[in-house]
Structures are given as structure tokens and as C-alpha cells.
Write a protein that binds this ligand. Sequence first.
Ligand SMILES: *Cc1c(COP(=O)(O)O)cnc(C)c1O
Length: 431
Amino acid sequence: MQYYSTNTPDIKVSLKEAVLRGLAPDKGLYMPVTIPKLDDDFFATIANRSLPEIAFEVLKPFFCPDIPEEIFKNIVEESLNFDIPVEQVSKDIYALELFHGPTLAFKDVGARFMARILSYFSKGQDEDITVLVATSGDTGSAVANGFYKVPGINVVVLYPKGMVSQVQEKQFTTLGHNITSVEVEGTFDDCQRMVKEAFMDDELKDTMVLTSANSINLARLLPQSVYYHHAYAQLRRAGVNEDIVFCVPSGNFGNITAGLVAQAMGLPVAKFVAATNINDIVPEYLRTGLYMPAPSKSTVANAMDVGDPSNFVRILDLFGSDHQVIKAKIEGIAFTDDQIRAGVKRIDQIHSYVLDPHGATGYLALEKKLQDGQKGVFLETAHPAKFPEVIEPVLGRKVKVPPRLQAFMNGTPKNTGINATLDALKLLLLK
Ligand SMILES: *Cc1c(COP(=O)(O)O)cnc(C)c1O
């Protein structure tokens, strides 16, 4: 498969180039030149297929034969080595629980997969690939854990001192091995600036292979299509025959884009619902046809605090920028912090299901948007125990911390501190 940049569809690049670059040189996002259709037999038998089997069939056309099938099969099996179950929450609404991976959030899927794709492309290269990421929390932990002990790759995570929650910080500072965590005397914006400067620095370019692992990378996006098929398979296996609506708590809109790709491959989806917090740029676009980015506002669902969603251009690209077409495919709805908190409390009381603040927007959106004869699945994007400061006051009790998370909390941080300058970062990278 070849890939093009959304800014210059005429220029096509290989899978390897698209993955190593992440962002295209013209600042566009890469898209596959075609979205292949899965055959009828695949959907007729999907209910009997396992997650790795589904993943292999769904992803093969994008990644093979650039990556030989046998090797690719291993990549898929190693990346998706945890459950992604569908749990019924109420009569018509189900949770697709994406928090059973190492860092208890859906970003584990894309990060684990991308790490192994990069590792494959690093073979035959003289030197290791260095992945540089700036994080305000969740991305750093998913990437660090996804790339942990993956051959041929070193990861350097930059994070702002004192501004990352303790749970998140422990998830990337305690790993060691090929993961270096760097506490920067500055803000998240400083960390991002230092990463950008490092990518443009000639001396670094000459001495090492540097790449990023941010969420616009195709190798993080495409594997997320898999769990929509897997959710569908589980529902059909459970005897659910109604039309299915997927609701996606959204920030940068990568997760929902992956769902739209699944639908374009033939997955029967009645409709998508994009749920947001008060950063309602896309719901407003759906309502008015005008895309008006704005500075992000901070909320209790902070992984969705995005004022200019990076994957929106991919959605435009998929549907020829036609507002009417996009409106027919996706409904949007936004929730305030108070609504999110009240939702978490009510669903715990009535259905004994503890939502995280992000998943809560998904459940609430389905309550509003589901029609007769439909069943809704919302993506439960993280485990509630990752957000005790939001959840516990609402529930009036402690949330149980899963053993995986507790293990991180007991670990010893192995971090380095530096000033917020490119020179300090270079000193560390060239060492
Ligand atoms: C990143 C994230 C989101 C938003 O996903 P996008 O793909 O950026 O729309 C939602 N919930 C959680 C918990 C996240 O970490």
C-alpha cells in the first residue's frame, strides 16, 4: 500500500516513509491511497474469530507485503496481547473496554503496534532509532510502555516538572532499560518546543535517527480500526442483531477516524457519535458547517482538551470535505464538567458501572442519540482508577486500583532533570 499526504494527494510514499516521518514534509497527514473492502465471508464468519485473527485480516492490506505476512502476524499478536471486552452497562448500551493494556488506556493499542512496526523498519539500519516525545501525561506512558524493551529503539520522554499527575509520571519514569525519562524545568509547551528544535537540528540529524511517536502517525491510527470489528464480532456472538451505533469520546479525533476507516472497509455501522467535553469544535462544525479552532479549555476529561483536533483533516479527506456527507455519518454532542460528574455518579448508582470521565461523555451521548432498534457501544477509553481526583469525590468512595497500576505506583523513578533548552537536550541525546 502507498500513502499520500492530505496536502498533496498526488505525491505517494511507501509505508516505511510514512511511518518514519509521521507528519508529511508539507505538514499534511498521511492517508492510504485506497481503503480496501473486506469480503462478505469475513463478516459472515467474524463472530467466530479471535482478536488477533480479526486484526491480521483488517490490517494486512495496509502493512503487507511491505512487511512479510509471517512477521506481521507476530507483530499483531504481540501488540494485541490483552483483552478488549464488550460489557453491557444498561439495556441498550455497551462499553468497549479499552483499558486492559499495560497503561490502562486505549493508546496502548496504537503505541504497542507502532513500536513493533518501527522496530521492523530499524532492522538493517546501522543504528538504533531514537523516539522523542513530549508529554503532559497519557501519551508518554503509552509510548514508553509500548516501546519498552523493543529492540532497535530508544525512547526519550520529556515532561514538565510538577505538572504531570503522579499516576502518569510513575508509568513512564519507573521503566528504565531503553526508556529515558527527562524532567524539564519548564512547561509542556517548552517540552514540545525542545522536541521540535531537536528535529530541526543539523548536528542531531547527522548523528542519529530521530523520530516522533505522536498520535498522527499512521502506525498508531490504523490498528485502532481493529477493535471496532472486534466489538461487532462480540455483539453478534452474544446474539445482538440490532443496528450498531459507535460512540467515541474524542479529543484529537484519531480514535473515531479509525472507526470511520473500519466502516469504509465494510463494517456495518449505523452511525458514529462523537462525544466531546466543552472543547466542542467538531460538534459545532457538524451543526454549522464551520470549523473554528479555539484555544483548548481544561476539563475533568483532560485527554480530550483539544481546541484544534489534528485528525479532523483526515475526516475531511475521507469524505471529500462534504459537510452534508460528514453530517450524515457522524453526530456530535458536548458535555460540561458538571454533566460528566453527574453522569459518573448516576451510572454507578443505577447500573453499578464506574465510568471514567472520558468514557462518561460516550455513555451520556448514547443516552441522547440512540434510536429505537439500535444498540450503542461507547469506547471506554481509560480505566477510572487513572482519575481518582475526579472520580472519588463523585462516588464518595475510593476506586479500586488494578494490580497493574499499583505495580507502577510501587516502582522507583529513574529520571534525569534538565533545563528547558535545546543545548541541555542535545547534551543528553549525544551522550
Ligand atoms: C487520547 C484520549 C482520548 C481522545 O482520543 P482521540 O483519538 O485523541 O480523539 C480520549 N480518552 C482518553 C482516556 C485518551 O487518553
